[in-house]
Design a protein around this ligand. Structure first.
Ligand SMILES: Cc1cc2nc3c(=O)[nH]c(=O)nc-3n(C[C@H](O)[C@H](O)[C@H](O)COP(=O)(O)OP(=O)(O)OC[C@H]3O[C@@H](n4cnc5c(N)ncnc54)[C@H](O)[C@@H]3O)c2cc1C
Length: 422
């Protein structure tokens, strides 16, 4: 482990390593054998690293392009622990969400991670929406979600006096979590059991040599000037026994740079930004539970989320982004600006279920971007986990489209990946 740590320190701190790399391709670039490499220190990558090291005895190196963990979608979400209602039965999203939720609650209790099982109301604001609520109830039951109950509007409104709805579906297993504390705790366990985290290090591609994956790593600073039109010269090449690509928004673009991969099985990438607005000038939260409208195309609808301090936020909406290409993705050039103008659309959407929302009470909050595998109006697309049998590269696992409910599912995804591929 020490050797590996030293190697990583070299990679990050000694720019002169690049001189070595200016030799002919394949010559001079330092190569190092490793056991497992996880690409990306988001909640999923961290959970996978912990599972591999803690429960499978593997040595893991997590390569993260940012200067710390969890700066991608893992810190730009609603921090909701989902029940598992929305997804088609037997889909990975349904299975991992239900299993992941159970694992997550157990883990939070055992490790003192701040969380609250506050429950959620999915509301029908007009009679025309009631069949959709019935559909969600049946789907949730099929998915094994516990305790679901259909309520008359009056019952829901007695639970939440500010709410207006004609019917509601009560999901008592939904809750909220401090995702930063979760990641810190998972990382601590991973590090204790043989995982090393290397920040400011970017995976820029890979190639195969005699069936061995050669993973190209560069100092993140140099990636700004990296020539993505070719394989370029990495600062270092790792020769891992297992690679898990958990690069979130970048995972598809990165997989397309793995020389020798079957490009035909890599799905197209779409990106949908979701903005949040917070409720200003309130002393007491108007809601005690999560309130969700009927889901919309591409997202779950502008909902009410509470954080563990009782702050209220609304979001995320869905804004399809059309100007993101593979290079800007690999350089992590994502625009997370929340345009204040978007509030115009939030007011009417929120007032459908919260009519007393005051004018000028919404303040721009933050934004996240969903790594989607289907475009506008394309319908449902599942998480996609591809091993060698799909793409042809031995001991490479690609995790694609890990959007919501990825936080809830993280421990179940980790369990699945480590069991199937370790
Ligand atoms: C708006 C929004 C709301 C959401 N709400 C919820 C919710 O309430 N509940 C829920 O369960 N889920 C929710 N999700 C989904 C959840 O946040 C994600 O599924 C989860 O965080 C994905 O984690 P990840 O580790 O796969 O990706 P990320 O957190 O994005 O981590 C990927 C990491 O890989 C790194 N990386 C990228 N490229 C490279 C490279 N080439 N080399 C090295 N490192 C690289 C990135 O810097 C990043 O740190 C939401 C998502 C969004 C966008």
């Amino acid at each position: 482990m020490m050797k590996l740590k030293k190697l990583v320190r070299n990679l990050v701190q000694i720019p002169s390593m690049r001189k070595i790399c200016s030799l002919a391709a394949g010559e001079g670039v330092q190569k190092e054998k490793t056991d497992c490499v996880v690409i990306g220190a988001g909640v999923v990558g961290i959970a996978v690293a912990r599972e591999l090291s803690l429960n499978h005895g593997r040595n893991v190196l997590v390569i993260e392009s940012a200067s710390t963990f969890g700066t991608g979608s893992s810190s730009r979400n609603s921090e909701v622990i989902h029940g598992g209602i929305y997804y088609p039965p037997n889909s990975l999203k349904a299975r991992f969400c239900v299993r992941g939720r159970r694992l997550l609650y157990e883990y939070c209790k055992e490790h003192g991670i701040p969380h609250k099982q506050i429950g959620k109301l999915i509301v029908a604001c007009g009679h025309e929406e009631v069949p959709k609520l019935n559909y969600l109830l049946n789907r949730g039951i099929e998915n094994g979600v516990e305790g679901l109950k259909m309520m008359e509007g009056s019952e829901a409104m007695s639970m939440e006096p500010e709410l207006q709805c004609v019917r509601a579906l009560w999901s008592p297993t939904s809750g909220i979590i401090d995702s930063h504390s979760l990641m810190l705790s998972l990382m601590g366990e991973a590090e204790t059991h043989g995982t090393t985290f290397s920040y400011n290090s970017t995976v820029t591609g890979a190639h195969l040599e005699e069936n061995q994956i050669n993973l190209h790593i560069s100092d993140t600073k140099s990636v700004k000037n990296f020539d993505f039109s070719s394989q370029g010269y990495p600062d270092i090449t790792l020769l891992p026994k297992l690679v898990v690509n958990a690069a979130g928004l970048t995972s598809t673009a990165l997989a397309r740079r793995f020389n020798g991969i079957n490009l035909g099985v890599i799905p197209p990438s779409y990106y949908a930004r979701g903005c949040y607005f917070s409720l200003s000038n309130i002393t007491v939260s108007p809601f005690k539970h999560l309130i969700y409208p009927i889901p919309e195309d591409g997202g779950l609808g502008v909902h009410v989320t509470l954080d563990l301090d009782g702050n209220v936020k609304f979001g995320p909406d869905v804004e399809w982004l059309n100007d993101i290409d593979d290079v800007s993705t690999l350089q992590n050039k994502f625009d997370y600006t929340v345009c204040a103008d978007r509030a115009k659309k939030f007011y009417p959407a929120i007032r459908r279920y919260y009519p007393s929302l005051k004018d000028a009470s919404l303040q721009p909050g933050y934004a996240g971007i969903r790594p989607k595998l289907s475009g506008p109006r394309d319908g449902f697309y599942d998480f996609l986990i591809q091993g060698e049998e799909f793409h042809g590269i031995p001991r490479l696992v690609n995790l694609f489209g890990i959007e919501s409910p990825g936080l809830t599912s993280s421990m179940a995804i980790a369990e699945y990946v480590a069991t199937k591929f370790s």
